[in-house]
Design a binder for this molecule. Sequence first.
Ligand code: NAD
Length: 340
Amino acid sequence: MKAGISDAAYAEAGVTVYPDAQSLCAEVDVIAKVRPPTSDEVKLFRNGQTLISFIYPAQNSELLEELKARGVTTIAMDMVPRISRAQKMDALSSMANIAGYRAVIEAGNNFGRFFTGQVTAAGKIPPAKVLVVGAGVAGLAAIGTSVSLGAITYAFDVRPEVAEQIESMGAEFVFLEFEQAQDGAATGGYAAPSSPEFREKQLAKFRELAPDMDIVITTALIPGRPAPVLWTTDMVEAMKPGSVIVDLAAERGGNCELTRPDEKIVTDNGVTIVGYTDFPSRMAAQSSMLYANNVRHFIFDLTPGKDGVIVQNMEDDVIRGSTVTHAGDITFPPPPPKVK
Ligand code: NAD
């Protein structure tokens, strides 16, 4: 009901609503979930069932063993290859888009002033200055939201190719003078850890910006690693009272040195640091709608005959890349995709 959909609405749409997970799992062939199942939930699954869920297989090897032992075919929504054909199933992107938007809304909620500048009879108000660190899917959504609310928006990413996207959205790319312009950029559109020299330059730039920024939204991640620490204690100390940091990397340790995952804190110098790790859940109606569409598209591809019969085509890059257990085996990690 938190997503704004009642049991009655499901029934009206022809869905059978079961009273608990146990009776549901005993009946169905496909189970679609959001969070990885707990060990107790895995015990409810049976041989031959298909589970579609976020799994994070690289961090959950024990869970993979349990699912394998149960004979379940597991589709990890977080493993959907990020190729054009699979965009409609890309739940990492649809959730990151929501998180980026919500991060700005959350910042605004904790910021005591307008985003946009105003000249009113009661006084002149300068526009807020927002810095977005990391311009992947979440960062670009944050930039779009911040610009549309009227803030002066700056953004930085180690991948210089995003400068154009940042500027086309009306934000300013924070340029770093560095000999190897490509430093930090990696294959596949993802970032790699920066060299110590690059990192120092980046931190020096942030130190220069810190006293002037009202809101900092950090989204920087490197696949398979803890989040890089980019907003250090001295930068927080240099910020004005009333400033806000929203750290979207909190779940992976945080980009801000002072972030506490799942908490909102206010520092001694009056800076609010938001470390929530459940931004999509804070917009449950929107997240449910988009995630359900991602799952529906996946099920569509799994049932090419449109007859409800699952064809686990392991020759298909998207199905193969996402399948982490199948036919009594762990099928993670997948071989590299054939299609770009
Ligand atoms: P991500 O969540 O892994 O990282 C977020 C951003 O942080 C990235 O842009 C990364 O470059 C940046 N970053 C890492 N270290 C940094 C640092 N030290 N300082 C500043 N920024 C840093 O990335 P993501 O949002 O999942 O997307 C990554 C890429 O994948 C993007 O290019 C995106 O457009 C692409 N993508 C492609 C598809 C597709 O289907 N073709 C789908 C989704 C994403």
